[in-house]
Write a protein that binds this ligand. Structure first.
Ligand code: SAH
Ligand code: SF4
Ligand code: F3S
Length: 440
């Protein structure tokens, strides 16, 4: 039996795509192994969002350039594959297969071409034949499952490669999403995460024509499902209906990831984000007005071309105003084909680094304050793992906070996948610590 190894970089969309690819390969009779050394076929499912991410795959490929790569076949999947296309063969001549995410349904065919000795095989069409129906998906986690509801992106943020690497937006039918949710519930899954680059741009292609809030409400009604999450939301299409749905049904997790990118309307305009700071803040106010204490997280880019010190100060001020529960922050990275490349006023790397460090320290203080407010409260967690080194269980709250806890008088049973109430006893900037509530 031929053996494959796969390593995945990038976002949850890629993680879930790899689950689909693994399912497809297993169905073709390949066996999965844990190291590239043990494999005949080595797959890298790649990310291109920043230059560093793109470099990772070429570094990996470099490691196998000579002797150690002999007899192995290398395949590049995902966003770098789509972006670089046949150029991958020039940059790494020992690669034999280059395939973007819209062509994964062609993988069985492409593998046959490889088996037949073809040395340069590609799947790069963005014709977007349906790739949603993937009965072969091999899910990694037995409790929490991803469901893709929308692929691609129709926005054109000036810094971003995604519209090029994942093509135009296409939504899956509500019938098919609900069917998969029910199947997952009957397979024992209790948490569902709806995925898309812009989940809230979802538009049901059937005559029902559901918007995202309606789909969310309906997935939340699936018997057996205890938690529903979704990511990522674009502020422009983020309607109050989504918040109302969360306010009304506790199965819908009280966490929203709403990437802002910058606190300066001028920078947002140059980024072509299609909203102003005020419009973004209105959405934050809807969330803060919900009775459910919604955790809010975001993405921020510092050092976008033309970002002045004053623009940057506005971003810091936005952090203070919103008080995010967590922030993913990045230095602007120049990406191929993107409009921002043409801007004349790029910032030096060390200035971007300086701003990033200031922003991260500011946010750290906010998180220490915010998480501190949970000490003494009881939170329900889904148990995700056990840390042998600390003797703590790893739990996740509905707000998506990590809550590490001990369970006194614990009989040694495996708690992973169960839901427990935990009293929070301590808080740090990135996680909470607690003790399971013991029922008498
Ligand atoms: N669709 C999501 C973003 C997906 S990409 C949205 O619109 O919000 C994830 C994050 O990577 C983005 O939110 C952005 O903060 C960051 N990012 C994207 N392109 C980048 C670039 N060229 N340089 C630095 N960060 C970038
Ligand atoms: Fe990229 Fe913008 Fe699309 Fe998000 S909305 S994926 S940042 S182009
Ligand atoms: Fe990266 Fe592609 Fe996701 S560029 S962030 S893997 S959509």
């Amino acid at each position: 039996m031929k053996k494959f190894y796969i390593e995945t970089f990038g976002c949850q969309m890629n993680v879930h795509d790899s689950e689909k690819v693994i399912g497809t390969l297993l169905a073709q009779g390949y066996g999965q192994v844990e190291t590239p050394e043990a494999a005949d076929l080595v797959f890298y499912n790649t990310c291109s969002i920043r230059d560093k991410a793109e470099q990772k795959v070429f570094n990996r490929l470099q490691q196998f350039k000579k002797e150690s790569g002999k007899g192995k076949t290398f395949a590049v999947l995902g966003c770098v594959a789509q972006q670089e296309g046949e150029r991958v063969f020039e940059r790494a001549p020992h690669v034999s297969l280059v395939c973007g995410s819209a062509s994964y349904n062609k993988l069985p065919e492409l593998l046959i071409q490889l088996e037949n000795g073809n040395r340069r095989v590609t799947g790069l069409s963005l014709d977007t034949d349906e790739t949603f129906e993937t009965p072969l998906t091999r899910r990694d986690n037995p409790h929490r499952a991803y469901i893709t509801i929308i692929e691609g992106c129709d926005k054109s943020c000036a810094y971003c490669v995604v519209p090029f690497t994942r093509g135009p937006e296409r939504s899956r039918t509500s019938v098919s999403v609900l069917r998969e949710a029910r199947e997952l519930a009957s397979g024992g899954y209790t948490e569902i995460q709806l995925l898309g680059q812009n989940v809230n741009s979802y538009r049901d292609p059937t005559p029902a024509g559901w918007d995202f809030a309606t789909l969310l409400r309906n997935v939340g009604e699936t018997p057996g499902i205890r938690r529903v999450r979704f990511t990522t939301s674009h502020p422009r299409d983020f309607c109050k209906d989504i918040i109302d749905a969360i306010s009304e049904n506790p199965v819908l997790c009280n966490h929203v990831h709403l990437p802002v990118q910058s606190g300066s309307t001028k920078v947002l305009d140059r980024m072509q984000r299609l909203y102003s700071r005020d419009e973004y803040m209105r959405r934050i106010e809807w969330m803060k007005a919900s009775p459910r204490n919604i955790a809010i997280t975001t993405d921020i880019i510092v050092g976008f071309p033309g970002e002045t010190e004053e623009d940057f100060e506005q971003t810091l001020d936005l952090l203070d105003q919103v008080e995010y529960d967590s922030v993913f922050s990045f230095k602007y990275s120049q990406r191929p084909n993107t409009p921002a490349l043409q801007y004349a006023d790029h910032l030096p790397e060390d200035e971007k680094s300086r701003r990033l460090a200031i922003l991260q320290e500011r946010q750290r203080q906010i998180q220490i304050r915010r998480n501190g407010a949970y000490v003494g409260t009881i939170q329900e967690v889904m148990v995700e793992g056990f840390n042998k080194a600390t003797g703590q269980w790893i739990g996740r709250t509905s707000q998506h906070k990590t809550l590490n806890f001990i369970r006194p008088a614990h009989g040694g049973e495996n708690l992973i996948g169960s839901y427990l109430d935990v009293t929070v006893t301590r808080a740090g900037p990135n996680s909470l610590v607690g003790e399971a509530v013991i029922l008498n």
